[in-house]
Write a protein that binds this ligand. Structure first.
Ligand code: AMP
Ligand code: MG
Length: 480
């Protein structure tokens, strides 16, 4: 591995250096060797993956550290937070020359642990392992996991669970909440910290007349693009607090996430989200709110006499959110539908399709596949109100009539996954893994690597099956 020590060279108020507390009795869980290769791991590093992913082996080239940050959780100021059970184990340079963070999750208590035990459990580690892998394969920018280890060390959650540890990779662990912490507790650090964020993550903005505004616009646009991609694959993050969104717009810290099965935009997958703040349909507006909170933390960067104009300029940056989101969402949705995105009626037609899925409670992923495979009769037969479907189909076929449908059909195949990580698929893999059987983790790992291709040799009927109509969606606990 090649290292880059850049975060450890920042002001020491921004982190606490410490070594991981190794997982006792660590055993191999699963390892993503292809990702390790991409990250430039040598054969020797790969041979040591269990030691690395259980906190037993660290690197002399990088001092492990817990980052401090703050955040708004469920819309309320939560004060100081930080890596309470994770450590930035190293920053390394991948095969493309890009600096990537390796973050060890479940690495023991830190000064930011508050009431927590500093540990992670096998259930949530497997959920993050499979979802990070699935999102990357679906083309959604996201953290990923290089490998995880497990043990019989008991961890108290709602019940006793197995202890586990995982090594996450991400292009960035700097959260919106980092800026909130700095403003509240160490405001003098703001200019230098912002400058570093721009240099590291948006160097092209340095050329701009007003680099901070260019940076803010980029963060806003990247976040909007990420959210559009979530909406398109039916991903609900579950806990979009400002400490769980980073400044590069790659998905991070998705504990109680879910991939939507029936199309229910107001479905709550996080068991602790009593008000439904983080439902699927709220994600764009919550991201917008989080970014507004974040922008307020950039105001002190203006000179006193320029504050008012700077505030206005920041507000203008935020105006990029909606058009960027809509452009990517509309484009992606047209592609999923096999409709030309430039046609004035395509979006309305797609919305009509989504309204049918919603009122008929149809499976989101399966319905798009049926549309792609021209299984119109099957779709209609599942509707209690078939007239609504007939109206849609007339409109749909009218729009496609004079188009290059061959190309549109090809495009559909790159936009509609055959496989998503349904909640019970993950659950099955977890239950077996808790009994030392990782075969289902392995099968899902392989299946989700190519989500757009049918894999009859790997597939099980349940992978495709929509939830039975009498079966409620599972709510996922935040306690992980
Ligand atoms: P999350 O909602 O998972 O993003 O976590 C919010 C904050 O709580 C973060 O600062 C985490 O590091 C911290 N945290 C979550 N679980 C634990 C735990 N078991 N031990 C210590 N800190 C934790
Ligand atoms: Mg978090």
């Amino acid at each position: 591995m090649q290292f880059n020590t850049r975060y450890s060279l920042l002001d020491s108020k921004l982190f606490h250096q410490q070594m991981p507390a190794p997982l006792i009795g660590a055993k191999a869980g699963h390892f993503n060797a292809a990702l390790a290769d991409e990250l430039g791991w040598s054969e020797a590093d790969k041979a040591d993956w269990v030691q690395i992913c259980s906190g037993q082996k660290t690197f002399a080239e990088f001092p492990p550290l817990a980052m401090v940050y703050a955040g708004h959780q469920f819309g309320q100021w939560a004060g100081q937070l930080g890596d309470g059970r994770g450590l930035l184990l190293a920053q390394i340079i991948d095969q493309h020359g890009k600096t990537i963070d390796l973050h060890l999750k479940g690495a023991g208590k830190t000064p930011y642990s508050r009431m927590g035990d500093g540990r992670a459990v096998l259930r949530s580690v497997i959920r993050e392992y499979l979802a990070g892998h699935a999102l990357n394969a679906l083309g959604v920018p996201s953290s990923n996991v290089v490998g995880f280890t497990t043990s019989t060390q008991p961890i108290q959650r709602e019940k006793i669970e197995h202890g586990a540890m995982m090594l996450r990779s991400s292009d960035c662990h700097i959260r919106l909440g980092h800026f909130e912490w700095i403003n509240q507790y160490a405001p003098k650090l703001l200019p230098e910290f912002t400058q570093k964020c721009i240099e590291w993550h948006y160097p092209e903005c340095l050329e701009h007349e007003q680099p901070i505004l260019a940076f803010a616009t980029k963060v806003i646009q990247n976040t909007a693009i990420m959210i559009a991609k979530w909406q398109l694959v039916g991903f609900a993050h579950g806990v979009m607090n400002t400490d769980n969104l980073n400044i590069t717009g790659s998905t991070l810290d998705f504990g109680p996430y879910g991939f939507m099965e029936r199309f229910r935009p107001n479905w709550i997958n996080n068991h602790s989200d009593h008000s439904g703040r983080y439902t699927y349909q709220q994600q764009p507006s919550v991201a917008h709110w989080n970014l507004w909170v974040w922008l307020n933390n950039l105001i002190p960067l203006a000179k006193a006499e320029e504050k008012d104009i700077f505030k206005e300029q920041l507000a203008q940056c935020l105006e990029h959110f909606e058009p960027t989101f809509l452009e990517h969402y509309q484009h992606g949705l047209s592609q999923k539908m096999g409709l030309p995105h430039f046609h004035k009626d395509s979006f309305d037609c797609a919305m009509l399709f989504l309204r049918i899925l919603q009122s008929e409670q149809l499976d989101y992923t399966q319905s798009f596949l049926r549309l792609q495979n021209k299984q119109y009769t099957e779709l209609k037969d599942d509707c209690l109100d078939p007239r609504q479907f007939d109206d849609f189909l007339t409109q749909y076929e009218n729009i496609r009539m004079h188009q290059d449908t061959e190309q549109l059909d090809l495009d559909m195949k790159t936009a509609n996954p055959v496989y998503i990580l349904r909640n019970y698929m993950a659950q099955k893999a977890i239950e077996l893994a808790e009994n030392d059987d990782f075969s289902e983790v392995e099968r899902l790992f392989n299946l989700l690597k190519q989500p757009f291709s049918k894999q009859s040799d790997l597939e099980k009927a349940e992978d495709l099956a929509p939830l039975a109509s009498d079966q409620p969606e599972v709510m996922v606990s935040c306690s992980s």
